[in-house]
Write a protein of this length. Structure first.
Length: 187
């Protein structure tokens, strides 16, 4: 690398995202980030697997809206709109309810993670996890940019000092992405 003055917009953007991720990881800590990630996965799984069951319970509790407004009356004419309404509502209730409940559990764990010795490892573990997450996100973004048929992203990639590292050197991940996309294009 030659120096900071040789960086282009893409290099500065990559550096800003990386720095922001590290600060975010330090601020939140490993425990909060792991609980947040687990909460997101658990909330999606709960909503995905149980929304149909919950949708069956909702009609007596939440009446289907009456479309008195003529502009929205056509919605009631569509097939299965009522079923769609209750399934969507059930999915949202399960997703956000699970997320909030696990957020409370995460807050309790975060209090324990604030103890003096644990706090040190929690914060620096958060930096490590956030840094890994940023590397993965930047790698995916740079690789997506590399296949876009537009002039601006190609110009940014060509003039970037950091982008080649994300295109070629990140643990073989980038080459696996290109292999996957190339094979999918042939099928």
């Amino acid at each position: 690398m030659n120096g900071w003055s040789d960086w282009n917009v893409l290099d500065w953007t990559i550096a800003a995202i990386g720095l922001a991720a590290l600060v975010y990881g330090y601020k939140n800590g490993l425990v909060r980030q792991l609980v947040s990630l687990a909460g997101l996965v658990a909330a999606y799984a709960a909503a995905f697997f149980f929304y149909e069951e919950v949708a069956k319970w909702l009609p007596p509790l939440i009446p289907y809206p009456d479309f008195a407004d003529e502009r929205l009356a056509f919605l009631s004419q569509l097939a299965n709109v009522e079923s769609y309404f209750y399934r969507t509502l059930a999915f949202a209730l399960l997703f956000f309810g699970t997320r909030m409940a696990l957020g409370v559990v995460g807050s309790m764990l975060d209090i324990a993670a604030g103890l003096p010795v644990i706090s040190f490892f929690n914060r620096w573990g958060g930096v490590l996890l956030a840094g890994l997450e940023a590397v993965v996100l930047i790698t995916v973004a740079v690789n997506v940019m590399s296949i876009l048929p537009y002039e601006a992203p190609q110009r940014w990639l060509d003039g970037s000092l950091l982008a080649p590292w994300f295109l070629d050197s990140v643990l073989g991940f980038a080459s696996k992405l290109h292999e996957l996309w190339t094979e999918a294009g042939r099928a």
